[in-house]
Design a protein around this ligand. Structure first.
Ligand code: PMP
Ligand code: GLU
Length: 397
């Protein structure tokens, strides 16, 4: 007999990780699966960072770390925020966690009360929705479609705010759409937040370095809302370190202290070796960050060109991150004679079975007419994957 809590029963598993797991299993069974599902750089962690991790082992960093992170790491993060983003976060305002994903749930657990509303612009990254539920909050979705370039307007945001709204989760460059808000658009969003006392914004800037034009603008750099912003970032994407599991926040001191208290009962802090590697990542530059960004840009152009060859597919050219979110509504209701495709999720499963290409259906991202493709893979695999997708879709009438 199983006795699971209602909390865990009502939680969905991460759709991105589920698809990644499914393609791993099929590959292990011998199927020739191309995975454009999970979003992670296909590069190895740069050598100088790996060396710092190895040195941390040899230097015996084997004891419990301070709960919010080693001082040198919090100082490195503080300096990064100051120099790259123009934000002043003292080291005490930094909390290091086991990935940006962990940073996000920490903050939600610290400031959301049961019944509080949390605004999430859609399309959104899968975990936001379920993390809000886990924290007892009520997700309030503000929808942007492909015709809006997948970006919400200040008026839409204003209209969604109620007396119960506690926090907005913001993400640019965006997973899953790759869209980026301009400095002016961000300022307009910040002005809406400014008007509502007691309203916070958690801005997830984990893709800031994978930006194809212009400069990244941080919401916390707008002084008039600085004390109502929690900035989430991490090393997974910029430094190809998804498996090291390290992310961080910069936040008002009282939020940082609350996250410290929470972590003291949850994790006791982050793996010491990953922390020392993160110090190296943030304080040195061997050019790999730019090399990877340039590769993603080249692949962005490649996948856009390839997708243009498929009938009925609509998309926006991504401006950052390594995802593209085509609108596939042209194919909904179509059939191959045996199977009719009714939803984007069904199309994703169909592509996995027939084309042996793993993509993620849009439902879990709040984008039911779309699918998400991660193009963080080699040119050859991208070419082959889109060829297979095209051939499979051509059979749907
Ligand atoms: N935010 C977004 C938008 C992401 O795509 C990811 C990637 N999984 C994360 C946060 C969390 O990344 P990590 O936990 O690896 O730092
Ligand atoms: N950010 C990645 C993705 O969206 C990693 C998977 C996850 O953490 O859910 O695919």
């Amino acid at each position: 007999m199983e006795y699971l809590s209602d909390r865990i029963k009502s939680l969905s598993a991460s759709a991105t990780l589920a698809m990644a797991q499914k393609s791993r299993e099929l590959k292990a069974m011998g199927f020739d699966i191309i995975s454009l599902s999970v979003g992670e750089p296909d590069f190895n962690t740069p050598e100088y960072i790996k060396d710092a991790g190895k040195k941390a082992i040899d230097d015996n960093f084997s004891k419990y770390p301070p709960v919010s992170g080693f001082n040198d790491l919090r100082e490195a993060v503080s300096k990064k925020f100051r120099e790259e983003n123009g934000i002043r976060y003292a080291p005490e305002q930094i909390v290091v966690s086991a990935g940006g994903k962990h940073s996000l749930i920490n903050v939600l657990l610290c400031i959301v009360n049961p019944g509080d509303e949390v605004i999430i612009p859609a399309p959104y990254w899968v975990s936001y929705y379920d993390q809000v539920l886990l924290a007892g909050g009520k997700p309030v979705i503000v929808e942007a479609t492909i015709d809006d370039d997948f970006k919400i307007s200040p008026d839409q945001l204003e209209a969604a705010i109620t007396a119960k709204t506690r926090i907005i989760i913001f993400n640019s460059p965006s997973n899953p759409t790759g869209m980026v808000y301009s400095g002016d658009e961000l300022e307009a969003i910040a002005r809406v937040i400014e008007k509502h006392e007691g309203l916070f914004v958690m801005t997830d800037e984990i893709y800031e370095h994978i930006l194809f034009s212009g400069e990244h603008v941080s919401l916390a750099s707008f002084d008039f809302i600085y004390d109502r912003v929690i900035t989430v970032n991490g090393i997974s994407k910029s430094y190809a370190m998804t498996g090291w599991r390290l992310g961080y926040i910069g936040a008002p001191l009282w939020i940082a202290k609350a996250c410290d208290k929470l972590q003291s009962q949850f994790t006791s802090g982050v793996c010491t070796i990953a922390q020392k590697a993160a110090v190296a990542a943030l304080t040195r530059d061997d050019g790999s960050r730019k090399m990877m960004r340039d590769a993603f840009l080249r692949r962005r152009d490649l996948i856009c060109n390839l997708l243009r060859g498929i009938e009925g597919i609509k998309f926006r050219i991504p401006e950052g991150a390594f995802y593209i979110m085509p609108d596939i509504s042209f194919y909904l209701g179509k059939t191959d004679g045996e199977k009719t495709i009714n939803t984007a999720d069904e199309l994703a499963i169909y592509l996995l079975e027939k084309a042996q290409v793993a993509v993620v259906g849009g439902d879990a991202f709040g984008a039911p007419k779309c699918i998400r493709l991660s193009y963080a893979t080699s040119d050859e695999l991208l070419i082959e994957a889109v060829k297979r997708i095209k051939e499979t879709l051509e059979k749907l009438k």
